[in-house]
Design a binder for this molecule. Sequence first.
Ligand SMILES: Cc1ncc(COP(=O)(O)O)c(C=O)c1O
Length: 415
Amino acid sequence: MTLTQQIRANFPILGRKVGSRPLVYFDNAATSQRPRCVLEAQQRLSEEHNANIHRAVHTLSYEATEAYEKGRIAVQKFIGAASADQIVLTSGTTMSINLVANCLVRGGFLGEGDAILLTEAEHHSNIVPWQMACQMSGAHLEVVGVAAGRGSENDGSVDMDAYRAALRRGVKMVAIAHVSNILGVENPIREMIAAAHELGIPVLIDGAQGIVHRKVDVQALDCDFYAFSGHKIYAPTGIGVLYGERAWLEKLPPFMGGGDMVGKVSFEKTTYADIPLKFEAGTSNFVAGACLAPALEFAASLRDDAGVQEHERSLIEAMNRTLAAVDGLFLAAGQARERVPLWSFTIEGVHPLDAATLLDKMGFALRSGHMCAEPIVDRIGGGSMLRASLMPYNTQEEVEAFGAALERTIKMLRQ
Ligand SMILES: Cc1ncc(COP(=O)(O)O)c(C=O)c1O
């Protein structure tokens, strides 16, 4: 068996057809597929250990709690956190960012005249919660541009001079993507965090895409918060992570109130649980949380394998060549020297939605539209783009077939 055959053997869904065509799944940045180890864990946990966690003394509850907490420890190891209690389990990146934005306001850390600094290439999940925080607190957004578009510079880089200058304009919080879900380029987050910290400004990293393709060490990065979603990295939907620097998690107020997040409740006064449970009100998604362990172990085994790294590099080169050969194709951050396997593009005379619909008929699953990042897609893609995003289970043959399918699609659609 070749390396890719070995990887693919873990994913039953990759054997299915769409109509009469074999599935080619290129929408991984939206949701990745789940390997058998995760699917089996989901089944086993549901069949044998289903119970409410952190509450009862009976065996099932104990087993469920233990499995869930193993998920938390797997996250701690995967991102190099100092301690498992700095890992808050949420429903996904969106909830993690909402949690921080909301708690900063309620804790009195944002007020009239303060600014929150974002880049223009953020996902809606890293824009809208901050707009809501601004409405609640009187703060405002500062937005830094990226070099993307049809001009001479289109490498996806953040304008670091503008970033450094903006930091001095009353910024109380920086919130930036590790990798934009449109540009596919890694931001210099280490440098951006250091520049913010020189001025005492905390930084949240939206790691929804970055965690999938880069090794993350939150202590080395020195970020204050790092957020990501399980479903983009082999785990089920409905589970996500918020890593927080201990001092921040301790000083922020709780996000939601309810069961599991309390110390002692009376009608006169309620005390709260220690971190991380202070932020985990209500019954958690125990199966998905527990599945973080097999999912992240699987991810680490691929990430740390030199053969897989080489395979990913050659997929990137093959897709770069394929897209470069298409007449009239504009690639977001097309001049980037390095990218993760994620490409957003438009094709002259072809509407992205029509192209995605036709490609689906040929078996190819691609994303189209504004991809939850309207500001940047409006500016560089006229409001709608196509996106192909790959994982190590994708193959060279799929990329080649995609090139041919794209040419066919263009012939059929170009006006
Ligand atoms: C960069 C980025 N941030 C945030 C999100 C939101 O993730 P979720 O919907 O899992 O909360 C996504 C999802 O596509 C993303 O790509």
